[in-house]
Design a binder for this molecule. Structure first.
Ligand code: FAD
Ligand code: UQ1
Length: 420
């Protein structure tokens, strides 16, 4: 068996950034990253890929080029965890021992949990999904082909990553239909399992205005349960109906967002809570049962919206607290739940939602981010990819908190900088 000071499981947004930080501290050969994929994707770009505003290739780089050069990359997936003995095994049958473990395995996409959805994605050119790399490339061609009828966009009945993404693509699609002169013949329909358009009232109010102005139909508490691609029908369950009533919609275009969960191997371990989430403390990110295990990102129990922006902020807290544990010191850093969702509403406008555990806006810029803005679109489409590749993955970006504090200095009613 192999043994490392620190093992990071998952080399996505949170795992890669964390490995980079600890490689600098612990040096060559002491940090191992378990990651099966040869391609690292900047998933936030997939909304733009779906709308034809970026190419898939711009969102992807070889994993070998983003993982820190001082780490040991174990190109395999974690298959089982034995936290009592500080070890895990891989699908390839390797046993790996660690002193400290960071779990950043992200989410598993459960397309197969919706009857007929995989078949529809594989066979119907008008069924697409921005959540997976081989389906996101179907979205723009389908939007260009769409002539008339129902364009349906779904939101599943589980927590998902980037809770805004299911509607961002709808706004971009509506704009494409309009620019192509087809809008009059197309019904744009948002069927969401949620009871609200967005969890934070300030941004929900702005989005509801967009929806009204652009004549979009929203059906709440409506969950996609089956797709019949032969007859182009989508079956939705009414989540408020005790009898489990369903309603069938004819579709001419369907953007489906799959139900999600933590990966099976994590869910089967003793590291998760009842919901199957990696059980970490919401402030320190330390595991509730094992003090040498930490977690960050989408796979965790942290009660905030799952985004790369959140993982970036968590990365800073995790670094400080795990370093403290390694040094035998008290944990001092606490995560406030910061997360951000750039709600793109047109090819050059965006509402940049930023908020904390309490669902209170925590905005970086001293302007009202509840409005659709050109600057925020540029931020999302041009600036964020640079920050991601050049600052987050190398372990230097911990979210915009420092800028927020700077830009709000001396402004009325704003949070005062914390005392040193
Ligand atoms: P990931 O980055 O998904 O990484 C998880 C890694 O774990 C993967 O590399 C995977 O291969 C690996 N893994 C899985 N199983 C195993 C295993 N058994 N063993 C080892 N490794 C394993 N976020 C934003 O901040 N802003 C946005 O605008 C935004 N838009 C989005 C739009 C879309 C369409 C999508 C799909 C996501 C979007 N996100 C956005 C969300 C963002 O991509 C995720 O929240 C972020 O990547 C989470 O980081 P993570 O490290 O937790 O998981
Ligand atoms: C962010 O930090 C981040 O992580 C790298 C994102 O992921 C792509 C984001 O989408 C956003 C909006 C942020 C927040 C950053 C700023 C400057 C507001």
């Amino acid at each position: 068996s192999e043994s490392y000071k620190l093992v990071v499981v998952g080399g996505g947004s949170g795992g890669c950034a964390t490995a980079a930080k600890f490689c600098r501290e612990l040096g060559k050969g002491n940090v191992a990253v378990v990651e099966p994929s040869e391609i690292h994707a900047y998933q936030p770009m997939w909304t733009l890929v779906g709308a034809g505003l970026k190419q898939l290739s711009q969102s992807q780089r070889p994993t070998s080029s983003v993982l820190p050069s001082q780490c040991v990359w174990i190109k395999d997936s974690a298959a089982s965890f034995d936290p009592k003995n500080n070890s895990l095994t891989t699908a390839g049958g390797k046993k790996i021992e660690y002193e400290y473990l960071v779990v950043a395995m992200g989410l598993q996409l459960n397309y197969s949990h919706v009857k007929g959805l995989v078949e529809a994605l594989e066979n119907d050119p008008m069924v697409c999904s921005n959540y997976q790399r081989n389906y996101v490339t179907k979205t723009f061609p389908a939007l260009q082909k769409m002539e008339s009828g129902n364009a349906i966009f779904t939101f599943p009945n589980t927590p998902i990553k980037c809770a805004g993404a299911p509607q961002k693509i709808m706004y971009l699609a509506e704009e494409i239909f309009r620019n192509r002169g087809k809008r009059d013949k197309i019904n744009v329909i948002y069927n969401t399992s949620l009871g609200v358009i967005f969890g934070v009232k300030k941004y929900a109010d702005s989005l509801l205005e967009v929806i009204k102005r652009r004549n979009i139909q929203v059906n709440y508490r409506t969950d996609l349960v089956e797709v019949k691609h032969d007859s182009r029908e989508a079956v939705f369950q009414n989540l408020d109906s005790e009898k489990g009533e369903t309603q069938t919609f004819k579709y001419d275009f369907l953007h489906a967002v799959p139900p999600m969960s933590t990966p099976d191997s994590l869910r089967a371990s003793s590291l998760v809570n009842e919901g199957g989430w990696l059980d970490v403390r919401k402030d320190t990110l330390q595991h509730t049962a094992y003090s040498n295990i930490f977690g960050l990102g989408d796979c965790t129990s942290l009660p905030t919206s799952k985004t790369a922006a959140a993982a970036a902020a968590q990365c800073g807290v995790l670094k400080k607290n795990l370093s403290a544990v390694m040094a035998g010191k008290q944990l001092t850093s606490a995560y406030d739940g910061y997360t951000s969702c750039p709600l793109i509403t047109t090819h050059n406008r965006c509402i940049l939602a930023e908020f904390d555990y309490d669902g209170q806006p925590l905005e970086t810029f001293p302007i009202d981010q509840g409005q659709e803005r050109w600057t925020m679109y540029q931020m999302k489409a041009q600036v964020m990819p640079q920050i991601y590749w050049n600052a987050m993955l190398p372990g230097y970006w911990q979210g915009p908190a420092v800028f927020r504090k700077l830009m709000h200095l001396g402004m009325d009613g704003s949070p005062k900088p914390a005392p040193a």
